[in-house]
Ligand binder design. Sequence first.
Ligand SMILES: Nc1ncnc2c1ncn2[C@@H]1O[C@H](COP(=O)(O)OP(=O)(O)OP(=O)(O)O)[C@@H](O)[C@H]1O
Ligand SMILES: [Mg+2]
Length: 264
Amino acid sequence: MAAHFGGLTAVGSSPGTTPRTLREAPTVSAVSVRGLIRGFGPKGVLNGVDLDIAPGEFVALLGPSGCGKSTLLRALAGLDHDVKGSGVISVPDRVSVVFQDSRLLPWDSVLGNVTLGLRDHDADAKARKALAEVGLAGREKAWPHELSGGEQQRVALARSLVREPQLLLADEPFGALDALTRIKMHGLLRDLVAAHRPAVLLVTHDVDEAIALADRIVVLDSGRVATVRKVAPEIGTAVDAAGHEALRRNLLTALGVDVAASSH
Ligand SMILES: Nc1ncnc2c1ncn2[C@@H]1O[C@H](COP(=O)(O)OP(=O)(O)OP(=O)(O)O)[C@@H](O)[C@H]1O
Ligand SMILES: [Mg+2]
C-alpha cells in the first residue's frame, strides 16, 4: 500500500510479506529509500538519499550536526507529514522508534508505559518479559521519575521491543547517558538485536559507538549518503583488531575531522 504525505511517497508492505517495491529486487531489503528529498521551506536538507537496509542488518548513520540524520529517521518513521519532499520509502509494517529522551509518560507506571497502545490479550505478560530482557524485572510498578536516565532508556527499549519490530529506528538513544552507562547499553542493545533480529538504523555522533554496534556505517553529508563502510565482526568487538583504527580514522576524515592534527 502506497501512502502519500505532502509529496512524499511511503510504500509499506502487506502483513507478513516482502515490501512491495522490492518483490523483483535481487536482494530483499527491510528498508529501501530512493531519491529522498526533504526540506523545510526553501531550505533543502536531504537532496536525494538512497539507502537499503537488509532484514536483520544493523546500520549506523553518522554525519555532522544539522546534516539531516534525524530528518531521515523521522521520514522512515512516518513522522514528517508536514515536511516538503519527494522520493520513495519502503519500510516494514512493524517499526519502533527510540529517541535520546525516553519519552515515558510520567503519570503511568513502567509496566503501563511498556504496554501503552498494545491491544494483545497478553500485553502485560509480554511487557514483563521485555522488562526482564532489559534488566528491569521487579520494577514494573515504579514511576518513570524513580528511574535513572539509563533505566528510563531501558524502559524505552522494552517498549519498542514488545512490539516485535521488523525495523528499529534509534536517534542517539544513548546520547544523554554517561560513558559507563553507555557502554553497558551497547552490550544490552547488541544482545537484544541478536535475540530479536530487527533491521536497525542507529543515528549517532559517536564513531566508536557506530563501529562497536553496526554491520555497516553510512555517513550523510550535503544531503546524501557520502560514505558507506562495512564493519567486519572482529573489528566491531575488539578495538585492537587489525583494521579498527584505520576504519575509525577513515570515518573521522569522512566527518571532516583533521585526523592528523587531532592526533597531535
Ligand atoms: N521543524 C523544522 N523546521 C525548520 N528547520 C528544521 C526543522 N527540523 C530540522 N530543521 C533543520 O534541518 C536541518 C537538519 O536537521 P536534523 O535535525 O535532521 O539534523 P541532525 O543531523 O539530526 O543534527 P544533530 O546531529 O544536531 O541532531 C537543520 O539545519 C535543522 O535546522
Ligand atoms: Mg538529530
